[in-house]
Write a protein that binds this ligand. Structure first.
Ligand SMILES: [Zn+2]
Length: 284
């Protein structure tokens, strides 16, 4: 069975993510540990952490994914911002370990005035420090594939590879985002483009490093370098792209997480659209 779910709100108390997941019939969920556009860090009580784990057990929702704050920029040339980002990632990762989160997904950084090579080097230096401070046990750290908007690093397989290469023994991997891939120039919505991309990631990084799929259609055209998510089947990717991912021998074993606009009961409808694309196994 393919695991399908969505990003849900974690406001008020962290355990509510499971109630919100249940409400939409999600098998798997993603959420933020704090407001993704604020630097404020809130320490959680023991009680809240226990409640979180109990609720998880009760609902059976798994795997559980955390998305990092949008403010972090591990590539930044601004030392203060970079140090704040490093501290933020360490706080989030420590809490992930305590909560037994399966995957932590991050937008690694933006070049902003640096050339891409310098930005990649800054991210690697930041990661060296982070991984010297946090012992990753349960949680796997995932770089997300990005569209390349505003100097984002992670828009090509080579950039993701460069970020992974220095840490071969560590708990690191990749989260694919269908909208970002398409906007970055990977034509994943026809068979030729989809299998070319799959082969590229297999050769350069290894399929086993890919752990999560962010499942979003795109409001903007192919290769737009823009990051605007759209409901499944209503954007420039179209249903065919999702059909290829969700029926793929490897990708179908991963959690599919929606980050589509929160409008009415669209999470339910988008999940239904994905389920309808799953083909029954061919009778022998
Ligand atoms: Zn993301």
């Amino acid at each position: 069975m393919v695991k399908i779910g969505a990003h849900v709100s974690s406001s008020k108390s962290l355990d509510l993510v499971f109630d919100r997941g249940k409400e939409i019939g999600a098998d798997t969920i993603q959420f933020f540990l704090s407001s993704p556009r604020s630097w404020a860090w809130k320490d959680r009580t023991e009680e809240e952490k226990v409640l979180f784990k109990e609720k998880r057990k009760k609902t059976g929702i798994t795997p559980v994914v955390v998305h990092s704050s949008y403010l972090f920029n591990l590539a930044s040339a601004d030392k203060v911002l970079r140090e704040k980002s490093i501290r933020g990632v360490i706080n989030e990762l420590n809490l992930c370990e305590e909560l037994e989160i399966d995957y932590y997904v991050i937008h690694a950084g933006k070049a902003k005035g640096l050339d891409d090579k310098e930005a990649v080097k800054n991210i690697i230096d930041s990661m060296r420090y982070i991984l010297s401070e946090v012992q990753l046990g349960r949680t796997v750290f995932l770089y997300e594939t990005l569209s390349g908007q505003k100097g984002e690093i992670g828009k090509t397989t080579d950039e993701i590879l460069a970020l992974l290469e220095p840490f071969p023994e560590k708990n690191l991997g990749v989260c694919l985002d269908t909208c970002h891939l398409y906007s970055a120039g990977y034509k994943i919505n026809d068979e030729e483009g989809f299998f070319r991309y799959k082969e590229e990631i297999k050769e350069k990084i290894g399929l086993e490093k890919v752990k999560v799929i962010h499942c979003n259609d795109s409001k903007t055209p192919f290769n737009s370098r823009r990051d605007r998510h759209e409901h499944i089947g209503e954007g420039s990717i179209g249903l065919k792209g999702f059909e290829l991912f969700i029926n793929d021998e490897y990708f179908s074993t991963l959690p599919f997480i929606l980050e589509t606009p929160k409008e009415g009961d669209m999470d339910l409808i988008n999940m239904e659209r994905l389920k309808n694309l799953i083909k029954a196994p061919v009778a022998q």
